[in-house]
Design a protein around this ligand. Structure first.
Ligand SMILES: Cc1ncc(COP(=O)(O)O)c(C=O)c1O
Length: 410
């Protein structure tokens, strides 16, 4: 399963107390429940940034090559950290560019028609960037968006609301029905609006059983739910690092490619993906590095990498299984209490990570204001959804109690 479903004990407190600067936009007692949007800053970020700043100030361009902390090796170090978090070998993962550019690149590569296989099955309620990318890339690839892009949502009935839960049995049946016309299943790990966590292993198997590839947008899954991308045989995935992975606003994105795709090379070539010894060579031929590193295009953002390394270290210190279990338990606890209090939740009772989505319809702005007045910051999304994330490194049961007090009274 892509998310832990067994009941686990509620953590007594945040798992990394004192290691995050908790934003206080609503006053000194703010419960910051926006880890699904912009995660809190690790305290270590400041020292990491300062180190990079000093390297730049003191060594200039030589900082790329000199000393144990040479910038040129930074991406490899990060790949090792990421591999641990996502269940992949370092060569399969890379941090660079932004999530939306990874979506473009993955769709350009895995969406290329293969004989009769032209169709891409995707989530009707996908995030806007995914839907825009699907349509623009389909046009570039000569696909017909009307017939080759198949949006699936809810139980497959026409026009599901973007926040409808997806029936995975019906989705697997739709995959089987497309059969040998299906080229790619493109799905999310955790849905951004309702928090539904998908069984990535099952969906991958269903796609591959008909000869299609399976690629995932893990923006809301990375750092939130337990992932074993390589064991599950996932073909490709991408994610961002500024939500549950706490690497800061606009942090670089991440890309994963299964080893069976390591030799393929990227659809868009850049000098940083070229074999390092020949980067400054005069030839026109592009020789990509094997694995996800070959998909890098330009110079890595070293200041951003400093923040990313510091943040990943916080997750590794606690361990992803423990983070995932605690996030699930906190979310389950809060969801259970809110449901018992008569509120409507979109998030399914078992298949979720740390984020819960409350359905409040026209009442949503008033309910959201009540939360804010009580010092609780989540976010409000049309058409009447309040999202609250219990990021377990810095949120705990006290945050759940505050939400219950604000929404249920007493
Ligand atoms: C599910 C999902 N996909 C894609 C994106 C776009 O990411 P970026 O702006 O980093 O390219 C987001 C941003 O929040 C997202 O939530």
């Amino acid at each position: 399963m892509s998310a832990p479903t067994a009941a686990t004990a509620l953590p007594a407190a945040p798992l990394a107390p004192g290691r995050f600067a908790l934003p206080q936009p609503l006053g000194t007692q703010t419960s910051y429940l926006c880890g699904h949007s912009l995660g809190a800053m690790p305290v270590a970020a400041q020292g990491a940034l300062e180190t990079a700043r000093l390297q730049w100030a003191q060594s200039g361009v030589q900082a790329w090559f000199d000393g144990d902390e040479a910038w040129v090796g930074r991406a490899d170090r990060i790949a090792t950290q990421l591999g641990h978090l996502l269940g992949a070998q370092p060569a399969s993962v890379r941090a660079f560019n932004h999530l939306s550019s990874h979506i473009h690149a993955l769709l350009l590569h895995f969406g290329r028609p293969r004989g009769r296989r032209r169709k891409i099955l995707y989530e009707a309620g996908a995030f806007p960037s995914d839907r825009f990318a699907l349509h623009s890339v389909a046009t570039l690839l000569g696909l017909d968006p009307d017939t080759d892009l198949i949006a699936f949502g809810g139980d497959g009935a026409p026009d599901p609301a973007p926040h409808s839960l997806v029936d995975e049995d019906a989705l697997c049946a739709a995959i089987a029905e497309q059969g040998e016309e299906l080229n790619l299943l493109y799905w999310s790990g955790v849905a951004y609006l309702n928090g539904q966590a998908f069984d990535i292993a099952r969906l991958t198997q269903a796609a591959q059983a008909v000869g299609a590839h399976a690629a995932f947008d893990l923006a809301h899954a990375a750092g939130n739910v337990a992932l074993a991308l390589e064991d599950w045989g996932v073909d490709a995935a991408c994610w961002c690092h500024y939500k549950y992975l706490n690497a800061g606003p606009g942090a670089v994105g991440g890309l994963y490619l299964h080893p069976r795709h390591h030799a393929a090379g990227p659809p868009l070539a850049g000098w940083w993906g070229h074999e390092p010894q020949a980067r400054f060579g005069a030839g026109e031929d592009f020789h990509p590095r094997p694995g996800a590193a070959g998909w890098e295009s330009g110079t890595p953002p070293i200041l951003g990498y400093a923040l990313l390394e510091a943040a990943l270290a916080e997750h590794l210190r606690v361990g992803m299984p423990a983070v995932a279990r605690a996030g699930h338990a906190l979310c389950a606890d809060l969801a259970g209490r809110l449901r018992a209090g008569g509120l409507t939740l979109l998030t399914p009772p078992q298949a979720h990570g740390a984020m819960l989505s409350l359905w409040a319809g026209d009442e949503a702005p008033a309910l959201f204001a009540r939360l804010r007045d009580s010092g609780i910051l989540g976010d409000l999304r049309p058409p009447g959804i309040i999202r609250l994330a219990l990021a377990p490194l810095y949120n705990g049961p006290a945050d759940c109690d505050r939400v219950c007090a604000a929404l249920l009274g007493g």
